[in-house]
Design a protein around this ligand. Structure first.
Ligand SMILES: Cc1ncc(COP(=O)(O)O)c(C=O)c1O
Length: 241
């Protein structure tokens, strides 16, 4: 889904008024070069584009030419226990940014409140943290989108709740609709989150990971649910993973 990731890079740069001096083709050529050099089957790639170098100051015009950093490392398989037992989450005290402060749908390196939420989760021995918006509605986890299943319906918060439009999220919505599953983009609060029948995370690197406890209380029967397993199967089949 390289094209989708590059679309998001261009969208995000546009939203922060950051010109991109590279063409898409140049970036693809560089990624391909790095991948060829690394020569591994399963690779994690992080693309970092900066405004570039210049005098110290906030004025974006001080930097005139982007720097592009491509980090590629061999990616280990995700631990099987994530999928077999599910993961434990907390609801973080720190909130996700409001859209009119710093829209979380802009993918940038400005993740400090997510880092702090993750730190809170790690101190409590949890896998990750779920973040709310200032209206106390659920948004997403620190680097994944979040979903619940309630009475057979799959629900994920809408982008306007203040979250990153994940590429896995978009793909899964399409797959669910194609398979005539009930799916809605709708707000839900912490009570609705914790009383869901199933709950799971999505991201490019994690795919679909069941959440089996939140703040130490079990979700559903405390085991990965059947809809989550079905969606993982459909996601892998559709995207040939
Ligand atoms: C804040 C946040 N939400 C959601 C996601 C999942 O997005 P994707 O499915 O595109 O990997 C990420 C991934 O980096 C993220 O950083």
């Amino acid at each position: 889904m390289l094209e989708e990731h590059l679309d998001r890079l261009w969208y995000s740069a546009g939203k922060m008024d950051m010109p991109i001096d590279f063409t898409r083709e140049e970036i693809i050529t560089e990624i391909t070069r790095v991948l060829t050099q690394l020569d591994k089957e399963n690779v994690y790639i992080r693309l970092i584009l900066t405004r570039g170098e210049g005098e110290i100051g906030l004025d974006p015009n001080l930097a005139t030419k982007n720097n592009l950093v491509i980090i590629a490392i061999e990616k280990e398989e995700n631990p099987t226990w994530w999928y077999e037992s599910g993961v434990s989450m907390i609801v973080a005290h720190i909130h996700r940014n409001p859209i009119d402060a710093l829209d979380p749908n802009i993918k940038s390196g400005n993740y400090l409140n997510n880092v702090m939420a993750m730190s809170e989760a790690k101190k409590l021995g949890a896998f990750d943290a779920i973040m709310l918006n200032v209206d106390e509605q659920v948004t997403e986890a620190t680097t994944s989108n979040i979903w619940i299943v309630k009475d057979g319906c799959i629900i994920t918060p809408p982008i306007k709740a203040g979250l990153l439009g994940g590429i896995t999220r978009r793909s899964l919505i399409k797959i669910a609709k194609k398979n005539e599953l009930l799916i809605r983009e709708e707000n839900f609060n912490v009570d609705e989150l914790k009383s869901a029948d199933e709950c799971f995370l999505t991201s490019t690197t994690k795919l679909i990971v069941p959440i089996t406890t939140i703040d130490n209380s079990p979700i559903g029967d405390g085991k990965p649910g059947p809809m989550t397993s079905l969606l993982l199967k459909l996601y892998k089949e559709t995207n040939k993973i």
